[in-house]
Write a protein of this length. Structure first.
Lengths: 192, 214, 220
């Protein structure tokens, strides 16, 4: 159990997908202007990540032992199809949720965080439960980073920033500060 | 010059769609298999060379080594049935001439930032370590990664007696099992000691009981 | 009715290098740009792999553009890109295993580098093979320049070395942060701010007065 907890916490804060592993930067920079959109994108990501973790576990256990070099192709095809299926399912089962998520769902396909999740899960040889803990932690961490950045940017909107600096350069420097802060989580479990 | 929108919209037949995807899929598969067969021998050779180098480092350059697989009953020269080669845990017995030098054992455990993977040399008869090399680590450069670079830390693993006792340098008493942590890299140092102890607890008895050629 | 003038072939090559630099201007492909630029060697290796994938898939996409139905074009492009990435991954592992280990999962992540899919969708699928190749080369060079710049800054400040050779001497206390994740963000952020400031000064000098700078397009 503590193993699963370590995987979850490690993926969420110690090795945060966005701030430490540089995955999921497209949404992080593009969709983090408002807290609400950030939350929605994060929620969509968690959903897709959990489904992907299960699918990847299936692929690894049943299919890919025989042909490891087909891994990349298999993953990307599965992820693209999964996102399509999830989108259709959400549309049918919960139109309200579909409207709330909006265009964020299809954008997730080219999100390196999902493919990164699949690859890390495979390289570390996670079983089904560990994969799920990993996906939940990664998604939670991604959402956390998104929301933090969004709240800072909302405040920046009304701050006194020079005109030439009102662009992605400033957002990246703030991301650097956030990443620095998250480094404080290293060693969280090690003193045990 | 093209006039935009001059073509009437066509719907493509499903067979055409599936055929295109299938065709490209087949082409992709062919290309990948071709490159795989071309590069796989080289990749395997690289991995074997890296492993041999690591074993050489921790066992003091043996002439050759045997690969032994850890099973419930002891060490086996053959892969246990139904286990894939990269799933089985292996230890390596080094030989100089016809004398066994010691075992090279892989260990891993969580460090400060992420898991640390290392290999260490072990003489099962005297329970003495023969060497230690860190294979993979993501510890903080300049601080935690001293477990790789600090030669006074690493050389402790050439004489220490298992089970290891890690101590900070203010409390060192000079005992034969003591490993003094690197100042400022206590957690990374402790991770190394823990990984070795945990692995020896598990496979140590098997190593001690092993008789070559039995 | 005047026909639309096609830009000269040399223009296709040059535009990707600076004016439409994929990383520094369009802010695409940031994941690898930040993750593996902690040394110049890694930056060059990643750039080479990406270049290979970009050029290969642009040429292939442009060659088959007429036989791929519109409905499945994105899936086909992704399939093509994934194939080249797998090949690049295997070649790297066979030829430079140490660098391959350093780059880790990010070689495989070239597949979802929006820069590559973007070039196929926007350009290679609508132009001749020759132009597509030039476009890919220009974009690849721009990518390499951006990554190498980042790599040089981070390795120099974070390690005191360039390409493994000590440059700043033994008394230099390295800014370790620069080779850690925050350093990537800070380096790229400062670079972007610098370029933004430079273009503002250029615009001011040209027009003789201070102009408000339009914020960079946010990546969708």
């Amino acid at each position: 159990m503590s193993e699963l907890l370590w995987i979850f916490v490690s993926a969420a804060v110690v090795n945060n997908f966005t701030l430490a592993l540089f995955l999921g930067l497209c949404p992080f920079l593009g969709v983090s202007a408002k807290v609400e959109t950030g939350l929605r994108m994060g929620a969509a990501n968690i959903f897709v990540m959990v489904v992907t973790a299960i699918a990847v576990w299936f692929l690894n256990t049943l299919v890919l032992d025989a042909a490891p070099y087909l891994r990349i192709i298999a993953f990307i095809v599965v992820i693209a199809s999964l996102v399509q299926i999830v989108e259709m399912a959400v549309k049918k089962l919960s139109p309200a949720l579909f409207r709330a998520l909006g265009i964020y769902l299809p954008l997730i396909t080219t999100n390196c965080a999902i493919l990164g999740l699949a690859i890390f899960q495979t390289n570390r040889g996670y079983g089904l439960l560990e994969g799920l803990a990993f996906a939940l932690g990664a998604g939670a961490g991604l959402t956390l980073a998104l929301v933090l950045m969004a709240s800072i940017r909302e405040t920046l909107e009304v701050a006194d920033v020079p005109a030439f600096a009102r662009n992605m350069g400033l957002v990246l420097i703030i991301a650097g500060a956030l990443s620095l802060a998250f480094m404080g989580f290293a060693g969280l479990f090690s003193s045990a | 010059m093209t006039t935009p929108g001059a073509e009437a919209p066509r719907t493509t037949s499903p067979t055409r769609l599936i055929g295109t995807l299938g065709g490209f899929g087949a082409l992709a598969g062919l290309l990948i298999v071709a490159v795989f067969t071309a590069t796989e021998p080289r990749i395997r050779a690289n991995k074997a060379a890296a492993l041999a180098a690591a074993i050489g480092e921790v066992l003091g350059a043996p002439d050759r080594y045997d690969t032994l697989y850890v099973t419930d009953g002891g060490l086996a020269a053959e892969l246990p049935a139904g286990v894939a080669p990269d799933q089985a845990e292996a230890v390596y017995l080094g030989w100089r001439g016809d004398r066994p030098v010691g075992f090279a054992v892989l260990a891993e455990g969580p460090g400060f930032q992420d898991d640390i993977r290392l290999i260490f040399g072990f003489d099962a008869q005297s329970a003495r370590l023969l060497g230690m090399t860190v294979l993979e680590s993501k510890e903080t450069p300049g601080l935690g990664d001293k477990i790789i670079k600090d030669s006074s830390f690493v050389s402790q693993f050439t004489v220490a007696v298992a089970p290891l006792e890690g101590v900070k340098d203010t409390r060192a008493t000079g005992g034969p099992s003591e490993i003094v942590f690197i100042t400022g890299a206590t957690i990374s140092s402790r991770a190394v000691v823990r990984a070795i102890n945990a692995t020896l607890e598990r496979v140590g008895p098997l190593l001690a009981d092993y008789r070559p050629g039995a | 009715m005047t026909p639309a003038r096609r830009p000269a072939p040399s223009q296709e090559l040059v535009k990707g290098v600076w004016r439409e630099n994929p990383v520094l201007v369009q802010l695409l492909g940031l994941c690898p740009a930040l993750a593996v630029t902690n040394t110049v060697v890694n930056s060059l290796a990643m750039s080479a792999a990406t270049f290979f994938v970009l050029l290969g898939s642009s040429i292939l996409v442009s060659t088959v553009k007429r036989i791929v139905p519109t409905e499945v074009r994105i899936s086909t492009y992704i399939l093509i890109i994934a194939t080249f990435v797998t090949i690049a991954d295997m070649l790297l592992e066979a030829l430079v295993p140490v660098t391959h280990k350093d780059l880790g999962a990010f070689v495989a992540l070239i597949v979802v580098n929006c820069m590559i899919l973007g070039r196929q969708e926007a350009f290679a699928s609508k132009n001749t093979v020759g132009r597509a190749a030039l476009d890919a080369i220009g974009t690849g060079i721009g990518f390499t320049i951006a990554l190498t710049m980042l790599g040089a800054i981070r390795e120099l400040l974070g390690n005191g070395t360039l390409l493994g050779y000590s440059v700043l001497g033994p008394n230099f206390e390295p800014w370790v942060i620069m080779v850690l994740p925050p350093g990537g963000f800070l380096a790229l952020g400062c670079l972007l701010l610098l370029f933004s400031w430079i273009s503002k000064r250029k615009a001011e000098r040209r027009d003789g007065q201070a102009l408000p700078i339009v914020p960079a397009r946010e990546a969708a």
